[in-house]
Design a protein around this ligand. Structure first.
Ligand SMILES: Nc1nc2c(c(=O)[nH]1)N[C@H]1C(S)=C(S)[C@@H](COP(=O)(O)OP(=O)(O)OC[C@H]3O[C@@H](n4cnc5c(=O)[nH]c(N)nc54)[C@H](O)[C@@H]3O)O[C@H]1N2
Ligand SMILES: Nc1nc2c(c(=O)[nH]1)N[C@H]1C(S)=C(S)[C@@H](COP(=O)(O)OP(=O)(O)OC[C@H]3O[C@@H](n4cnc5c(=O)[nH]c(N)nc54)[C@H](O)[C@@H]3O)O[C@H]1N2
Ligand code: SF4
Ligand SMILES: [Mo]
Length: 750
């Protein structure tokens, strides 16, 4: 039955998260809740929305999960979060240490496994140097785990080869915030969603990937008829179905569209001259400071009529989008991988910030450029603690001597003893394994043999390198390459902090004992480090509370300052947003604004202060349109894009264990546009072969109008039909993030 747009919005507002399976929210609430002995507060372990949960425990087992009414999600969860309990008890849990003997992973004692792993680290460092070892972590690890692993490698082993999956995910967003504002992380919060009258959603399928936030946006629209939603995405996603305006663009034309919107705003004199004259510098790509007039000259190339063909969007739509954006009383932009996973992801991020800076729609409730983060702890765990190869905790940089010296003092190390050379970024790291330069790697909470782009190319390195994995599920395909596997305590089997999209830190409290011989990852990391020979004085922790306390202090002399977010507070409160300098500070909703951001003195003369930049001014960057690394054309006339579906999480090691979810999406498929399908004689369910310059693979077709003609989409959750064998591994020169979203391909019926 056709569903009207108005009804769709209503349904989306009421139960978007449950729509995919047609399960009513009422059914979800039913459960053995009356038998629960105690409820333990936590955070959902899936997406960067960071919903608060209450975990229902009975006789030492988690029997149900419900939303935390005191957290931002106000008690609401999507299906994935609500169905977390069975994942804990999946029969595929790794519960004993494993080591590879005669090609097979076999059970071993903790001592045997730890000694073997430690000896390989020692050997590699002794034979070559500390750069021959690496850590590859995750935005799903706890903050304490990433902070500790990063410290062990950078301070203990003197290797800056500390990376993680956020490089595949948020690196371009980090690059965007840092180059525009001088500091990482969004300045706004989810409160902006309740005040915005315009939502500009670009390259984000919010409805499937941040369902609880989408529900909040849909509710906002439902309750206020003035609210306008603009979606810019080459697919007709569920998200686009609540849009007043959907710019169904050609993949990779975002830079042109964003500049074109700026062109309209400036030419219609909808810019806020008073704001940008005082708080903004205009800069060329070569970092030359210019004036507003020069910016106008730059924009002259982006008249909507001149780019409509390139963008595949009618000029009138671009004009309309710009007018809605600029004329609304409050505009919030939301974006995710459609923007970040591009070889010009950083630039695209800059251009979104530009729109807010030229209109002054920033730092006011409802007006903010809010980058949606993917994983539950990419922000708090990896970005904030500096869990990447060029970073140190709290926004410090390895290449800056003053920053290194601060950490050396904090960590009780001799001055100038940290390794001053940044380590390898993710794709360079896996290449270095191919080349035999990185000989031992420790992975934690990530499944790179499935998630890397152009993945077949890197399997050689995974085979060659001695692989030590801390992994919860035995069917994660990366374990095919593991030489040692440590069984970790999973989700609510240990305690630690998650930090979500809106700078909110919240505690995941231990609710149950881990099964078998599983141990918290911080204990595993400490034991391994001691056996490798790391100075015990560097890791003097009794438990993860001690690590949190140290990290609080490390933050204190920076604008992250969250010394006031103590463990005691986290136990009582359902999350607090940094900065939060003192225990009586309520946390910060809006950064860079006097009276809101505790980093700005109350007697500071100006209202706004972008203190990440030397002169306190944010930057409007002049970033030109650039094509994708491998645009469609010639022998490869289609664009292949990859992404997510609402029910599965990434490599499906967890969601694949939940029957209700697994049934709805058993296998990967390819979305083909109806017109293309007709031309090629493809019917729904037919086998379709996709060929890229890296290989070919056959999928069942889903024919419809989700993709524009010329575009095909494949979700990447299926290890049996692994589209990452076909995707390109080109990277953004700034952020080093791969272009998962665009490569050229052939499509044929087989
Ligand atoms: N259900 C579910 N939710 C998740 C996850 C999950 O695995 N499953 N993972 C989490 C993580 S880690 C992440 S990073 C986020 C990702 O969240 P999203 O980024 O929202 O999800 P994707 O499906 O990767 O891609 C988003 C959109 O980008 C569009 N796109 C492709 N090319 C272009 C382009 O050139 N320009 C524009 N403007 N758009 C383009 C696609 O059509 C798609 O709709 O989701 C998080 N939430
Ligand atoms: N084609 C394509 N590929 C992509 C993307 C895309 O859009 N398209 N997106 C990229 C993005 S944005 C991301 S974030 C990455 C994600 O890529 P990955 O991080 O590789 O994917 P996950 O499935 O989340 O891997 C998490 C692993 O940790 C295990 N695990 C779960 N809980 C725990 C725990 O508590 N402790 C430990 N030690 N292990 C645990 C899981 O079983 C799983 O094997 O993929 C990237 N790859
Ligand atoms: S929206 Fe994200 S954080 Fe919230 S319940 Fe769903 S998966 Fe978990
Ligand atoms: Mo991600």
């Amino acid at each position: 039955m056709a569903i009207s747009r108005r009804n769709f919005i209503k349904n989306a507002a009421a139960a978007s998260a449950f729509l995919a399976l047609g399960v009513a929210p009422k059914a979800m609430a039913a459960g053995p809740g009356d038998k629960v002995d105690n409820w333990v507060k936590g955070v959902c372990r899936y997406c960067g929305t960071g919903c608060g949960v209450m975990v229902g425990v009975s006789n030492g087992k988690v029997i149900t999960v419900k939303g935390d009414p005191n957290n931002h999600n106000q008690g609401i969860l999507c299906l994935k979060g609500a169905l977390l309990a069975p994942v804990i008890y999946a029969k595929e849990r790794v519960t004993k240490p494993l080591i590879r003997k005669n090609g097979e992973l076999v059970e071993a004692s903790w001592d045997e496994a730890l000694d073997l792993a430690a000896s390989k680290f020692k050997e590699a460092i002794a034979e070559s140097d500390p750069d021959s070892v690496a850590y590859y972590g995750s935005g799903q690890a706890l903050t304490e785990e990433t902070y500790l692993a990063s410290k062990i490698f950078k301070a203990g082993l003197k290797s800056n080869n500390v990376e993680g999956n956020p490089r595949l995910c948020m690196a371009s967003a980090v690059g965007g915030y840092v180059s525009t504002f001088g500091k990482d992380e969004p300045m706004g919060s989810y409160n902006d969603l309740d005040a915005a009258t315009c939502f500009f959603i670009i390259g984000s399928n919010t409805s499937e990937c941040h369902p609880v936030l989408f529900r909040r946006i849909a509710a906002r629209k439902q309750n206020d008829k003035n609210v306008k939603i603009i979606v810019c995405d080459p697919r007709r996603t569920n998200t686009s179905r609540i849009a007043d305006l959907h710019m169904s663009m050609k993949p990779g034309s975002d830079l042109a569209i964003l500049n074109s919107m700026a062109y309209v705003i400036v030419n219609e004199e909808l810019d806020d001259y008073r704001f940008h004259n005082k708080y903004v510098n205009f800069m060329t790509n070569d970092k030359e400071k210019v004036d507003f007039e020069a910016y106008k000259v730059f924009l002259a190339d982006y008249k909507p009529e001149d780019i409509e063909e390139l963008a595949g969007v009618p000029a009138a739509q671009i004009r309309e989008a710009a007018m809605i954006f600029a004329e609304s009383s409050a505009t919030t932009s939301l974006w995710c991988m459609g923007i970040n996973q591009r070889i010009r992801g950083v630039w695209a991020n800059n251009l979104i910030h530009n729109l807010h800076l030229i209109t002054g729609k920033i730092g006011k409730l409802g007006s903010t450029p809010l980058s949606l983060t993917g994983q539950p702890n990419a922000c708090g765990g990896v970005r904030d603690t500096g869990g990447l190869s060029h970073l140190l905790p709290a926004g410090r940089l390895i290449k800056k001597q003053a920053h290194r010296n601060q950490l050396e003092e904090q960590w009780g190390m001799p001055k100038d003893s940290l390794n001053p050379k940044p380590g390898l970024h993710t794709m360079a790291l896996f290449q270095a394994m191919n080349d035999g330069k990185v000989k031992v790697v420790l992975t934690l909470c990530t499944n790179p043999a499935q998630s890397l782009p152009n993945v077949l190319k890197y399997r050689e390195g995974l085979e060659k390198c001695f692989n030590v994995a801390i992994e919860a599920f035995s069917d994660a395909i990366s374990l095919k390459y593991a030489d040692v596997v440590f069984p970790p305590a999973f989700w609510v089997e240990r305690t630690g902090v998650f930090g979500c999209t809106e700078r909110r830190y919240a505690l995941v409290e231990q609710a149950i004992e881990p099964p078998g011989e599983c141990r918290p990852s911080v204990n595993i990391l400490i034991d391994l480090a001691l056996r490798i020979g790391v100075d015990p004085a560097l890791i003097p922790y009794k438990n993860s509370d001690d690590i949190w306390d140290e990290w609080r202090k490390v933050s204190a002399m920076t604008p992250y300052n969250f010394e006031g977010i103590t463990r005691e507070r986290l136990k009582k409160e359902s999350g607090i947003k940094w900065p939060c300098p003192t225990e009586d500070h309520p946390g910060t909703d809006i950064r860079y604004v006097r009276g809101e951001d505790p980093n700005i003195p109350l007697d500071y003369p100006d209202k706004y202060h972008f203190y990440g930049k030397p002169d306190g001014r944010a930057v409007v960057w002049m970033r030109p349109q650039k094509p994708a690394a491998e645009p469609a054309g010639g022998d490869y006339p289609f664009t292949l894009t990859t992404g997510r579906v609402i029910d599965h999480w990434h490599t499906a090691t967890m969601t694949g264990k939940v029957p209700e979810i697994a049934r709805s999406f058993p296998n990967a498929y390819v979305e083909v546009n109806t017109k293309d399908a007709k031309r090629m004689g493809i019917n729904h369910g037919d086998n379709v072969k996709l060929t890229t310059r890296r290989g070919d693979m056959t999928f069942k077709a889903r024919v419809g109008d989700v993709c524009e003609p010329g575009l095909v989409f494949v979700p990447w959750f299926d290890p049996k039909l692994l589209i990452n064998e076909l995707t390109i591994d080109a990277i953004d020169p700034g952020s080093k993030q791969p272009e998962f979203k665009i490569c050229a391909c052939q499509v044929e019926k087989v």
